[in-house]
Design a protein around this ligand. Structure first.
Ligand code: NDP
Length: 445
């Protein structure tokens, strides 16, 4: 790295020594922005990078709640409002025991560039809690969400900060959070996205991240003269992103042969039956393993990380950060994988990304490839402002256009800066430029 970015990285490590995920995300972006900084020294002079790596606001709060036995429990809540250069802070809430400030900051930092890439007027933020929804009753989830919102409400608003879902936060949780917000402020406003269809949600939001990922993948494949038809696809996870990515792969002629949850993975050479996965995961909230009770010919393996040993043409990591390490990447390459598109945020370690790029695997980084979810969230905000709703087909067509456009911009930026085909560099440069120009115009704030 050049000396200004090196110095910046050193000072970040010093100031945030216990935040490895955040530092990993920043390092990747700083490295790929080097060619841009050479052409635009004015961004260095205006302190754009130094300011961008420091969140505008970080809120950490206590979330006390009562479990079903009447015992007091306490979790930690977070909202990191990273950048409002392009619009209100926008980004999901994650409820998972692994959540800490480092994870929320890495997600919030990535969100700035992702949101910029969509071309829509949204800033970047992220939030969540170390609360684990697994094994909790509906009543416990409701009490937790109400307590969480009792603090969060004072920091958010339709024109200030508009959270959405992420791992562990789906339609049920958004409902409880919205109900409590409305009760406190006495206003029915578009303060959250991912709402139910009868109370301000957008058609197509549930499908958006997964469908968008596959629209982006199609564009990646086109650059190599390939299509999805007949391809063997491995999708990790079996949550919101994974399910709808798998559905779109199937619609476009691919065959999804493996999916997972945090306990293990299933392989069904006849093609994963998505109705069963939806029933298990969306309705019954059960484990992947149960798939075998309905599909005797399928196989189940304990431990989710070995899913990448399943030979495939295309890998879609849709579970969590750092789920593909260097070894898994080498295995994918050795098995003939031609494309990897990230549905999850930062699911490939930096070493894994290096392996993909060195072996000419088409690689779609999460901040570009999974931007469909936040794009349709922004469309939900527009519909809420207009008090109007678009049809599924209208939303889906807009989503497709947005994903095609993101690919085009990232591909073009990579080419312009001498990195043809490197969508990591392209997405970072293209996402950053718009934010940097806005920050430059808005002065030192
Ligand atoms: P869900 O909670 O719906 O599903 C998450 C899936 O990943 C589950 O199958 C879960 O298994 C698995 N998983 C979670 N944590 C781990 C872990 N530590 N190890 C192994 N498996 C794990 O979340 P989403 O589908 O919404 O999100 C998945 C990824 O996509 C995340 O990285 C998220 O940030 C990203 N993303 C989501 C968007 C959205 O619109 N929802 C938008 C853009 C990105 P289990 O059930 O066993 O926990």
């Amino acid at each position: 790295m050049s000396s200004p970015t090196n110095d910046l990285m050193k000072s970040l490590i010093k100031r945030n020594p216990h935040e490895p995920e955040f530092l990993q995300a920043v390092q990747e972006v700083l490295e790929s922005l080097e060619p841009l900084m050479e052409r635009h020294p004015e961004f260095i002079d205006a302190g754009i990078l130094v300011r961008l790596v420091e969140p505008e606001r970080q809120i950490i709060f206590r979330v006390p709640w009562l479990d079903d036995r009447g015992e007091v429990k306490v979790n930690r809540g977070f909202r990191v409002e990273f950048s409002s250069a392009l619009g209100p802070y926008k980004g999901g809430l994650r409820f998972h025991p692994s959540v800490n400030l480092s994870i929320i900051k890495f997600l919030g930092f990535e969100q700035i560039f992702k949101n910029s890439l969509t071309g829509l007027p949204i800033g970047g933020g992220k939030g969540g809690s170390d609360f684990d929804p697994k094994g909790k009753s509906d009543e416990e989830i409701m009490r937790f969400c109400q307590s969480f919102m009792t603090e969060l409400y004072r920091h958010i608003g339709a024109d200030t900060d508009v959270p959405a879902g992420d791992i562990g936060v789906g339609g049920r949780e958004i409902g409880y959070l919205f109900g409590q917000y409305k009760r406190i402020v006495n206003r029915f406003e578009g303060v959250l996205t991912g709402k139910g269809l009868s109370w301000g949600g957008s058609l197509g939001r549930i499908e958006a991240t997964g469908f968008g990922l596959v629209y982006f993948l199609e564009e990646m494949l086109k650059t190599a003269g390939e299509t999805l038809a007949g391809k063997r696809v491995v999708v990790s996870g079996s949550g919101n992103v994974a399910i709808y990515a798998a559905q779109k792969v199937k619609e476009l002629g691919g065959q999804v042969i493996a999916m997972s949850d945090s306990n293990g993975y299933i392989v069904d050479e006849a093609g994963i039956d998505l109705d069963t996965i939806k029933l298990l995961k969306e309705v019954q909230r059960k484990r992947c393993k149960e798939y075998l009770s309905l599909h005797k010919h399928a196989k189940y393996y304990d431990g989710c990380s070995h899913i990448w040993n399943v030979p495939c043409d295309i890998a879609l990591p849709c579970a969590t950060q750092n789920e593909i390490d260097e070894q898994a990447a080498k295995t994918l390459v050795a098995n003939g994988c031609i494309a990897v598109a990230e549905g999850a945020n930062m699911p490939s370690t930096p070493q894994a990304v290096k392996v993909f790029l060195e072996n000419q695997v088409l690689f779609g980084p999460g901040k570009a490839a999974n931007a469909g979810g936040v794009a349709v969230s922004a469309l939900e905000m527009s519909q809420n402002s207009m008090r109007y709703s678009w049809s599924f087909e209208e939303v889906d067509a807009k989503l497709r256009d947005i994903m095609v456009n993101i690919h085009k911009k990232a591909y073009q930026a990579a080419h312009d800066y001498g990195y043809t085909g490197n969508l990591v560099v392209g997405a970072n440069i293209s996402g950053f430029l718009k934010v940097a120009e806005a920050m430059y115009s808005q002065g030192i704030v």
